[in-house]
Design a protein around this ligand. Sequence first.
Ligand code: 1HE
Length: 265
Amino acid sequence: MVALDDLPLTYLHASTDTEGIATVTLARAEKRNALNAGTVEELIAVFSALPGSGVRAVVLRAEGAHFCAGLDLIEHLEADRTPAEFMRLCLRWHEAFNKMEYSGVPIIAALKGAVVGGGLELASAAHIRVADTSTYFALPEGSRGLFTGGGATIRVADLIGKARLIDMMLTGRIYKDAEAVSVGLCQYLVEDSEAKAMALARAIAANTPLANFAVCSAISHMRNMSGLDAAYAESMVAGIVNTQAEARGRLAAFADKSGARVRPD
Ligand code: 1HE
């Protein structure tokens, strides 16, 4: 098992703190963190190393003013790819984003500036999205003569629905601020998205790892199943997760009144 901190990385930084919170940073700010083929390979390497690494939660952040400007348009122009070459590239994007979504380790994206095209596809593979007031979301594919290839038709449609996805791709519509929250592109809008993402990661890391694993893998798998199969799979996952000693300990704490109560404040 390769430790996250030991991976040789050029376009990303990855580190883990003593509490098991990993920070993965898009480190190509001079190109607005556009996703070249090399970055996608590094995302695969980093997120392949996650399961079993002891990492309890991940904050995905970016250097510079923008989270990610999407597909590296210059690399794509210069490579002059054939259809088969671009299809293979898209499959590498899917490999990376599937590694994230199905990893079983909670990933919280700290967003800012442009979350555009493939940048939104990357953000939508995280389990939680936190935006700040500079954050804006767009799918300018149509105006560039392109079509999404990194899973927007699945994950962004899951977040906002097919009609909004089509509108964004056709018209280049930009969502930001409260409207972005209300349509489902992000779940939090704050002053400091990195501080909030880290606070969420620490809170989530206090859950049992098995419960987090189930939330961050089973739900996505169940979305791929028929309703009947999903209900069966849900009962199996709950059967395993909900009968563990760690869960019993927490239930006993509730019963003896030492466990936290669920109250708004
Ligand atoms: C890039 C990219 C990129 C910047 N590929 N190099 N994505 C887009 O259509 C978004 C394209 N980017 C932009 O609209 C703007 O760059 C931003 C609004 C994000 C930022 O603007 P700004 O003024 O801060 O930066 P800039 O001057 O436009 O760019 C700075 C450098 O980053 C410059 O490189 P330089 O060598 O000339 O300094 C830009 O070329 C470079 N850069 N964005 C390559 N995207 C699997 S299919 C997915 C399909 C899509 O993702 S479509 C959406 C593509």
